[in-house]
Design a protein around this ligand. Structure first.
Ligand code: 2BA
Length: 109
């Protein structure tokens, strides 16, 4: 068994959740925040048999789209405490960031 942790964009999450249900893939959906953009994303925890890992990864890949977002860097003050104007920077986000981990034990009580 493996634990798949998949971070996807909120815009892709609804479709992916429906696909998991249709395929009888059990998942836990967490509302998360990207450390860099500090905006919302969605993290799935999926416990899955080894032989279905590739199927789940293909599903995540298919549903996840790359998008451009803008972030405004914090204003830096120099020694004279003068601020420089911060301009928005374009950032390419996603498709999905995925971790696959072995599971030592799976139990439900
Ligand atoms: P964020 O941390 O909000 O990052 C959003 C996007 O900003 C990233 O897209 C990447 O293109 C860019 N970015 C992140 N850190 C950067 C930095 N130090 N300098 C320049 N650009 C940076 P993705 O790579 O597609 O990541 C999307 C989201 O996936 C991330 O949102 C974060 O929540 C998660 N993530 C990505 N890599 C991760 C990792 N190694 N561990 C844990 N979470 C990760």
């Amino acid at each position: 068994m493996k634990l798949i942790i998949a971070i996807v964009q909120d815009k892709d999450a609804s479709q992916l959740s429906d696909q998991f249900i249709d395929a009888n893939i059990r998942a836990t959906k967490l509302s998360t925040t990207g450390g860099f953009l500090k905006s919302g994303n969605t993290t799935y925890m999926i416990g899955i048999d080894d032989q279905r890992v590739d199927e789940v990864l293909a599903m995540i890949k298919e549903a996840s789209h790359s998008r451009e977002e803008f972030m405004t860097p914090p204003v830096n003050l120099d020694a004279s405490m003068e601020g420089t104007t911060a301009y928005p920077v374009k950032v390419q986000v996603g498709g999905a960031t995925v971790f696959v981990m072995p599971i030592e034990k799976f139990q439900q009580f």
